[in-house]
Design a protein around this ligand. Structure first.
Ligand code: SF4
Ligand code: FES
Length: 245
């Protein structure tokens, strides 16, 4: 049963009790750009790409509950400019060399760059040197591409019930840690069937020896923009079909 109505960019949107703004907007077929949000997991609220203006104040659509009568702005020049800056900052904070990355064409960060018309990095690249974990026979973790969205952490904990990952450190020293005594993936019970291995929105967590199984031209965002692809897959996911792309 609907428990109220809000407006998003002038469109009246019904919502159900307990829904967040992004859940109500997805249900209504309105895309709010996002990175660390996935409707299958608890919200994380870390990337801020989903920032919207609610009754005059900016907040994260993935964590803010839907409330009757909210007036929400999403597709404004100011908010898209903020999102654009966040994406540029994420690009320079890691090593995201799209032409040489096997996730190209299926990467949310790259697709959001296109969606927001990003044409340069603007900031000085940081070229980090973070530890690569290639210890597992089937799974590779390239921390230089990790955007710390926490999706693998939540998937491993909430769906796989393995708790293989954690977010450690603070600020620029934050990193994705592995919950094993050695700190290596090979000493966890993670396997390629796990949801955590397939949920990474960038090319940080990958299954080995699968790089070109899906040829360029047929990848997730090759035909349609992220706004369509995400809406479609998140509406499917509400209906019980899981596809992380
Ligand atoms: S490895 Fe991927 S899913 Fe995990 S925190 Fe980093 S970017 Fe997110
Ligand atoms: S998608 Fe809402 S903060 Fe990342």
């Amino acid at each position: 049963m609907n428990s109220g109505y809000l407006t998003i960019d002038g469109r009246i949107v019904p919502f159900e009790k307990g829904q967040t703004i992004i859940e109500a907007s997805t249900r209504a077929g309105i895309y709010i750009p996002h990175l660390c949000h996935n409707p299958d997991f608890e919200p994380h609220g870390s990337c801020k790409v989903c920032t919207v203006n609610v009754n005059g104040r900016n907040c994260s659509a993935c964590t803010m509950p839907a409330v009757d009568g909210q007036n929400i702005l999403s597709q404004t020049e100011a908010l898209n400019s903020l999102r654009h800056t966040i994406i540029q900052m994420l690009f320079v904070e890691g090593n995201h060399f799209c032409p040489g990355c096997e996730k190209t064409g299926s990467c949310d960060l790259q697709a959001l760059g296109y969606y927001l018309n990003m044409t340069d990095l603007h900031f000085e690249p940081m070229f980090p040197h973070r530890e690569v974990d290639a210890s597992h026979p089937d799974i590779l973790l390239d921390r230089d591409r990790c955007i710390l969205c926490g999706l693998c952490v939540r998937a491993s904990k909430e769906i796989d019930l393995k708790d293989a990952f954690g977010l450690s450190g603070r600020g620029l020293k934050s990193y994705l840690s592995i919950n094993s005594e050695s700190g290596l993936l090979r000493d966890t019970d993670i396997s390629i069937e796990d949801r955590a291995v397939h949920v990474c929105p960038v090319g940080a967590l990958l299954v080995k020896r699968k790089a070109y199984e899906i040829p360029i031209g047929k990848r997730l965002y090759d035909a349609d923009p992220i706004s369509w692809v995400r809406l479609r897959s998140e509406l499917d996911s509400e209906e019980g079909c899981v596809d992380d792309g």
